[in-house]
Design a protein around this ligand. Structure first.
Ligand code: CA2
Length: 148
């Protein structure tokens, strides 16, 4: 079975590259995803990427990933700090999720220091900008290769 991964991005990440570039970098989400796709293609991995500003969409997509994808790269944006629903969805699907944040959330406001996702994630990457997504893909692909 080939490896298929899902990249999910939460609220406001569709605005990347347009504002707050000092915090989140110059690249648009489209550019980041196309870099991820090129990386995945080379590694023989199938990639699906989705973004939503709505919590329920993210919950649905996590639930639907079961049996379709072998892992999820998740930047839940601000929902990271608030969403019990996303956390419960991750726990329910029982598949590896790597949490990614472009910025170093621990260097920022205190409300960003708490992640409801981290306790149910396989691992996490923060503060490395768009590179974090590539590292997360690499980690999930390596995990998949070990098991198959
Ligand atoms: O560092 C990250 O990746 C975050 O997940 C980004 C979220 C933030 O709420 C988290 O604490 C950390 C915010 C994404 C907002 O992205 C924007 C991009 C351009 C302009 C405005 C917001």
């Amino acid at each position: 079975m080939p490896c298929s991964l899902l990249i999910l991005n939460g609220p406001n990440l569709n605005l990347l590259g347009t504002r707050e570039r000092d915090i989140y970098g110059q690249e648009t989400l489209e550019e980041i995803i196309s870099r991820c796709s090129a990386y995945a293609d080379k590694a023989g991995i199938t990639l699906e990427a989705r973004q939503s500003n709505h919590e329920g969409d993210l919950v649905e997509w996590i639930q639907q990933a079961r049996g379709v994808h072998q892992g999820i790269v998740l930047n839940a944006g601000a929902y990271t700090h608030t969403s019990v629903a996303i956390r419960d969805a991750i726990a329910a699907v029982d598949m590896p999720v790597i949490e990614v944040h472009l910025s170093n959330i621990y260097r920022r406001e205190e409300f960003r220091h708490v992640s409801l996702i981290s306790p149910v994630a396989e691992g996490g990457i923060y503060g490395l900008g768009a590179q974090g997504y590539l590292l997360a893909i690499e980690a999930l692909a390596a995990r998949f290769a070990l098991k198959n």
